[in-house]
Design a protein around this ligand. Structure first.
Ligand code: ADP
Ligand code: MG
Length: 228
């Protein structure tokens, strides 16, 4: 039996004033189980990042209900929400979003500063281990500008993993990479050693979507579920 991690019920999202609002998501229902590797596909502007922001607890301005491990997000206090964001969710972006003046090691260490379960004297050792997992231990002292795009994304993946989150959200993680580097990055993401981590990848690459265990498509604001 799979454990339900996320349940979205009748989720809608519109931007702008109610009269002339742009409705981006319409009555989305989606269940994500522990360990799922889910691809969200759809054309540019279809609402993929909007949906990911809701799933990642960054956007509270939706209608409908979002249950995380059975608890309605709307019932959580701000402190609980920020702890979930910091410790349970890891983000990976198209543009890597690394801090340019920090070394790879220090970039990877950042999320630990917001995690009270990790002592500061452990930061370097843990960050180095995370860099080793993504094959970059020898580059720990280099700044983002001294790394290739694929290497920068590996640093970003190490950063996303550093707090051992149960959910990893990747928004077009290979959008800025060539096809060879892309497949290496996807191979890494799909075979992460953090057993059971749930992965949601937004992509418009059909090959990437095919490698995931599940696929859903956003079309005209609605979610089209693939056969599983
Ligand atoms: P995708 O990630 O699939 O390319 P997005 O989720 O970024 O699409 O955007 C979906 C639609 O919502 C677009 O029309 C976009 O302009 C609109 N949108 C997204 N964020 C905002 C915002 N903060 N304010 C107004 N409109 C937005
Ligand atoms: Mg997007």
């Amino acid at each position: 039996m799979m454990n339900k991690l996320i349940e979205l019920r009748n989720i809608s999202r519109a931007f702008g004033r109610t009269q002339q609002a742009t409705r981006v998501l319409e009555s989305i229902d989606l269940t994500i189980d522990d360990g799922d590797k889910l691809a969200i596909v759809g054309p540019s502007g279809s609402g993929k990042s909007t949906l990911l922001s809701i799933i990642g607890l960054l956007d509270p301005h939706y209608q409908g209900d979002y249950f995380l491990r059975g608890r309605n997000i709307k019932a959580l206090e701000n402190k609980q929400l920020s702890q979930l964001r910091n410790n349970q969710i890891g983000w990976i972006f198209q543009n890597f979003n690394l801090i340019s003046h920090l070394s790879a090691l220090d970039n990877v260490a950042i999320p630990m500063r917001y995690n009270q379960n990790i002592k500061s004297k452990e930061y370097n050792e843990r960050a180095l281990h995370a860099l080793d997992v993504v094959g970059l231990a020898d580059k720990y002292a280099l700044k983002p500008s001294e790394l290739s795009g694929g290497q920068q994304q590996r640093v970003a993946i190490a950063r996303a993993l550093i707090n051992e989150p149960s959910l990893i959200l990747a928004d077009e993680p290979t959008g800025n990479l060539d096809s060879h580097t892309s497949s290496k990055i996807i191979e890494l993401l799909l075979n992460l050693p953090t057993s059971g981590a749930t992965l949601v990848i937004v992509t418009h690459d059909a090959n990437i979507a095919q490698q995931c265990s599940r696929r859903v498509k956003i079309h005209d604001g609605s979610l089209v579920h693939d056969h599983q």
